[in-house]
Design a protein around this ligand. Structure first.
Ligand code: HEC
Length: 121
């Protein structure tokens, strides 16, 4: 989760994907289904799950269910065009994007210094 005192903590861009994902009901793991070569071809979940499990070398019981999941997806693609990149003033100088107090800062670190300001690195 990170913490203001954790030197390895970083602000990391990700998207949350909330959705129902298929799970093998017997083996109790989220299934990686074969999407492009199976599901979008046959529109058959059972076949797509079987093909996916085979590709991954995982056992497939033939019994599946959909479970509610929240996935934290890294954002290396679908990145906004450079014209929309954040500018200093989007986070600093009174901008509301960063809740500095909630993150443990005295105030905007641009004015008061970062987490390790004044401390030996
Ligand atoms: C996405 C939000 C974001 C943007 C955009 C951003 N900053 Fe920051 N800035 C931060 C955070 C978070 C910290 C605190 C870093 C820490 O404590 O390690 C910080 C810290 C700082 C500090 C204090 C550093 C220190 O160690 O004392 C300065 C100065 C600063 N930013 C200037 C800028 C400038 C100039 C820009 C534009 C080029 C900019 N920031 C863009 C989030 C942002």
């Amino acid at each position: 989760m990170g913490d203001i005192k954790d030197k390895t903590a970083k602000i990391y861009p990700y998207k949350t994907h909330t959705g129902d994902q298929p799970m093998d009901s017997v083996h109790k793991y989220l299934s990686t289904f074969q999407q492009y070569q199976s599901l979008w071809v046959h529109y058959n979940w059972n076949k797509a799950l079987k093909d996916g499990a085979q590709e991954e070398g995982l056992p497939y019981s033939g019994k599946y269910q959909f479970v509610k999941t929240i996935a934290y997806v890294s954002a290396p693609h679908q990145v906004a065009p450079k014209e929309d990149a954040l500018q200093c003033g989007d986070c600093h100088m009174g901008a509301k994007r960063m809740d500095w107090k909630a993150l443990g800062y005295k105030a905007d670190p641009m004015m008061t210094g970062g987490r390790f300001a004044g401390k030996k690195k």
